[in-house]
Design a protein around this ligand. Sequence first.
Ligand code: FES
Length: 574
Amino acid sequence: MTRARKPLRSAAWFGKLDKDGFAHRSWMKTQGLPHHLFDGRPVIGICNTFSELTPCNAHFRELAEHVKRGVYEAGGFPLEFPVMSLGESNLRPTAMLFRNLAAMDVEESIRGNPIDGVVLLAGCDKTTPSLLMGAASCDLPAIMVSGGPMLNGRFRNETIGSGTVVWKFSEDVRAGDMRLDDFLEAEASMSRSAGSCMTMGTASTMASMAEALGVTLPTNAAIPAVDARRSVLAHMSGRRIVGMVREDLRLSRILTRKAFENAIRVNAAIGGSTNAVIHLLAIAGRIGVDLSLDDWDRIGGDVPCLVNLMPSGKYLMEDFYYAGGLPQVMNELGNMLHRDAPTVSGRAVGDNIAGAVCYNREVIFPADRPFKPQGGVAVLRGNLAPNGAIIKPSAATPALMKHRGRAVVFEDIEHYKARVDDPALDIDETCVMVLKNCGPKGYPGMAEVGNMGLPAKILRKGVRDMVRISDARMSGTAYGTVVLHVAPEAAAGGPLALVRDGDMIELDVAARRLHLDASAAELKRRMAAWTPPVPAMASGYQALYVDRVLQADRGCDFDFLVGMRGAAVPRESH
Ligand code: FES
């Protein structure tokens, strides 16, 4: 075994030949660990978000075993530990409420333990940002392994994607066009293997972001969860982290400004989820990179969408992998990427993707003949969103990108649900639907309700899209002319709180403008009469969250968690 060149962090625990060292080693030996493992080899933490309540990550025990093989093979000492797992399909009121809590768990678990480097096992939407945020604040060598997407959904010889068919089938049942037995069979047909949602929703987007940032080995984003090559990737990541510890290749050397600019461009090229905007802002804040909301428009606004995947296209992640996966998309972007950006592989981005080949032009389009001309997000400003709001033009209806309409206001999600299908609701397809109090503080946790469904009476006319505005997020599997992440949010006293039924609102995406047709004096008068909503919980974690969460334009981190704190812990535990 080759010893590390400089004293390892773990030596402060296991390298001591005194009472403290005895205690640190002795209790570890209850696990049947032989003494030679404590001889100064790199200790590799495997940060595992396994949970049977996070079905997308339920295969992570096996994945961790493959990581361990690689760590042992390279002369390291792997130790697996659990952290809070966030499952999008079960967690209430929304998994996003707990992203920062999980990130705190990750940060403190890494810092407090005898770990020299860490492998981050992430899958379902929020586990990727929470692990990267926590690890970034510690700044040890870290490599991420994603759990991978499910196999394509197949229902009666039809390919179906995660999420997107749920709405369609449930509507079919309500309309009497689908039997309940068939509906239940469709459930099992959609999610038929281990893995995360296999559309280009938030989980696949964030796995792609991790690869684009350079914190995973190449091909990480798209290998199906059950493909043996996913196990090989885990094995190789286990091998690589040991080398990273020896090279002292810490996250701050990977997560540079160039890495974030690459990720923003890749997000546009894959038609990625709007949720990536918030998560990357939060990760950048942890590692100390000055990234702003406007960077998303400035850097990614003109990047074409190259990937024909649901929800904006036809194919699924399995097809994406067979077509060449993310390395090929990055290759197509050519000099739009910083090819010299370092990655965890030890090579630059350009070297990682140099041999990429496209095997299916129906899935990955060339940059000079893109799938859609514009894939990024547009950042809107105006008196309705002084600190910004976003819209995904590729998911919007072109005719609605410049629109002036009468506001129909829903004060919160319950008001929306109670009112949207009221036959007496004064609304038509030219109106602008406004949803308040669904932002970080208001929901709390900024739920994915921004793409609120249209009123039934408008749907019956065959209309499928209207301008919608809110301080909420939307699912990565959703689409429409939906303005999201309005900042400041209504519950924080943003101008969104002041909109009333009948106000006129102007959206002009080309001019990046979101305007409420009301004078400053009128808005001041309304603000004087405004009272903030009463939080649902006066104590506990939710109260802390509402008190300290930052707005969407700053990534919704807690104000006291922003920044890198390093991994030093000067005091012994005994
Ligand atoms: Fe976990 Fe979609 S529910 S990735």
